[in-house]
Ligand binder design. Structure first.
Ligand SMILES: Cc1cc2nc3c(=O)[nH]c(=O)nc-3n(C[C@H](O)[C@H](O)[C@H](O)COP(=O)(O)OP(=O)(O)OC[C@H]3O[C@@H](n4cnc5c(N)ncnc54)[C@H](O)[C@@H]3O)c2cc1C
Length: 508
């Protein structure tokens, strides 16, 4: 069985490891960047770190006893992923600088035809920067595979608002995920657009260097204390000597995170109680920050806690109090060659604009084009309905498995847990296909009824969650539905994926 994995982030690397471990050795990972790491290779902005505890935000089959702190910085996570590649000898299986332009299903041969374009070295000047798509493909390569595992990632299609006048801005402007390493911020006037998860790390990360930081806030976020701590030598050596203790710590962290879902899911009075407690905690965190009345009020969201992503920070409010920092609760609406224009007509002169404006999370797999049975395009299939099976399979796309697919994102726990559940499921599916097909070439596809039953149940639950409680968030698709998140507890997802149900599939 020839297997193509697209993407060498957490998901693609974990998939490769698990495949090899299960005896599937004929696989390649295609990665458009020139290093592994995905999210953690691309996001090198000052202050970047994970917001799920490091001992949990790591692979269960490659634990790291010496995480420096409870929420590891980007460089340490990137280093962890590179060590994983070296340790598992995956390098020989990764084809770097290879952008998969399209995947097309061939019904006659029951194979996937991948069009792979090599990205010239100059297109990825610094491998730590967001790798783009090749402008002018040189000799696209065609390869056939029996299985595709699509691990192209949920958060790597940067969004920069189409602002009138932006093209004439004479200073630097860039998205948070493409931070120019050579950029000197000392003495500069910087506009930070957005106050989401990246912005609240960038603000404190650069406020001490810049002459002036103007933070442009459209909507405030609910912010909880991060309560970060370092792991001293004692804990590191204890974890190294007793791996079971490290696992115990991990289980504790898992349940500590998992219990937060109570406030998100529609569990009646229990959810209301959890919501109210969490809200009080967030307000306490804000109130003790010593902000002026006006600034404090600008930080109180008018939507339910959890509807948009809850952020963690111990130094955001402190940053807002700095004399060189100004928070303006207005959206940016345009630019001139050296200014940003705000929705209330205010104009601010700046040298640099940092767009911490997030990612097109609901634009699954873009810019990869995937065509399944009868040439059905996956993007239009998803535009019609996000219906899917476990966020892993979609009708009309045989032998195509999604990692971190629609309906598997989380607002409260580690996405790596979900990835590992998905891999357990995919391996069972592959073993089933291998066993039942024998020498014949057969394709595995999900039944329409199984897909609609699964998706229908997820949708019904989602309607009662806080995610669909009326705010506008990046979780939503154009029609206002939240289809990218899982609408239950993660242990329910584990239960749903731990046994492959052959009756939900057609093998023909
Ligand atoms: C700043 C930031 C912080 C985050 N922090 C957390 C956190 O604390 N906890 C959490 O659970 N989640 C967090 N996330 C979400 C994060 O995206 C996931 O946790 C995880 O890293 C996703 O891994 P992945 O392998 O699915 O995708 P990615 O890491 O995005 O990797 C996908 C890879 O596929 C490659 N690729 C894409 N398309 C193609 C193509 N057509 N051809 C070839 N290669 C392709 C990309 O170059 C990339 O290397 C964070 C995201 C960001 C942006």
């Amino acid at each position: 069985m020839r297997i193509a994995i697209i993407g060498a982030g957490f998901a693609g690397l974990a998939a490769a490891y698990r495949l090899r471990q299960a005896g599937f050795s004929d696989f390649f990972i295609f990665e458009r960047g020139s290093k592994p790491g995905g999210t953690w290779r691309d996001n090198t902005y000052p202050g970047c770190q994970c917001d799920v505890p490091s001992h949990l935000y790591s692979l269960s089959f490659f634990l790291k006893p010496d995480w420096s702190q409870s929420y590891a910085p980007q460089a340490e996570i990137q280093d962890y992923l590179e060590s994983f590649v070296a340790h598992s000898q995956l390098n020989e299986r990764i084809r770097f600088n290879c952008f998969v332009r399209s995947a097309q299903y061939l019904e006659d041969s029951k194979q996937w035809r991948l069009t792979i374009e090599r990205i010239p070295a100059e297109a990825t000047p610094d491998t730590s920067q967001s790798p783009g798509t090749p402008e002018s493909p040189s000799n696209p390569e065609i390869q056939l595979f029996d299985i595709v595992i699509c691990a192209t990632g949920p958060l790597n299609r940067p969004v920069i608002p189409a602002l009138p006048g932006l093209e004439s801005f004479k200073g630097h402007y860039f998205h948070s995920s493409a931070w120019p390493q050579e950029l000197e911020l000392k003495g500069k006037k910087v506009a930070l657009v957005g106050t989401g998860a990246s912005a609240i790390q960038i603000g404190p990360g650069i406020a001490g260097q810049v002459a002036k930081l103007v933070i442009l806030q459209r909507t405030p976020a609910w912010i909880m204390p991060r309560s970060s701590h370092t792991y001293g030598a004692f804990w590191k050596s204890l974890f190294a000597a007793f791996p079971w203790l490290m696992r115990l710590h991990r289980y504790f962290l898992y349940w500590q995170q998992e219990v937060r879902a109570v406030g998100f899911l529609g569990l009646g009075p229990l959810s209301s109680l959890a919501q109210s407690l969490a809200r009080q905690m967030a307000l306490w965190h804000l109130n003790r920050a010593g902000l002026s009345k006006e600034l404090r009020e600008s930080q109180i969201p008018n939507y339910k806690l959890g509807c948009k992503r809850i952020l963690l920070s111990d130094n955001w409010y402190e940053t807002l109090r700095r004399s060189n920092v100004e928070l303006i609760p207005q959206a940016v609406v345009g630019c001139t060659d050296n200014e940003v224009r705000l929705s209330d007509g205010t104009i601010k002169e700046v040298d640099v604009i940092v767009f911490a404006t997030g990612f097109a999370a609901t634009d699954y797999f873009a810019p990869l084009t995937v065509k399944g049975l009868a040439g059905i395009d996956q993007r239009s299939a998803f535009a019609q309905t996000s219906a899917n099976y476990l966020g892993i399979c979609k009708k009309d796309f045989p032998d195509f498995f999604m990692m971190v697919g629609p309906g598997t994102g989380l607002g409260h726990n580690s996405i790596i847990f979900m990835m590992e559940c998905q891999l357990d499921f995919v391996l069972q599916a592959l073993n089933y296909k291998k066993r039942v097909s024998g020498q014949e070439r057969k394709a595995l596809r999900v039944r329409e009824t199984a897909q609609s039953n699964y998706y229908g149940a997820m949708r019904r639950r989602m309607k009662n969650t806080v995610f669909e409680s009326g705010c506008k968030s990046w979780y939503q698709s154009k029609d206002g539905f939240v289809d990218i998140l899982y609408s239950g507890f993660t242990f329910e997802y584990w239960l749903a994926t731990r046994r492959f149900k052959a009756e939900d599939f057609i093998l023909d």
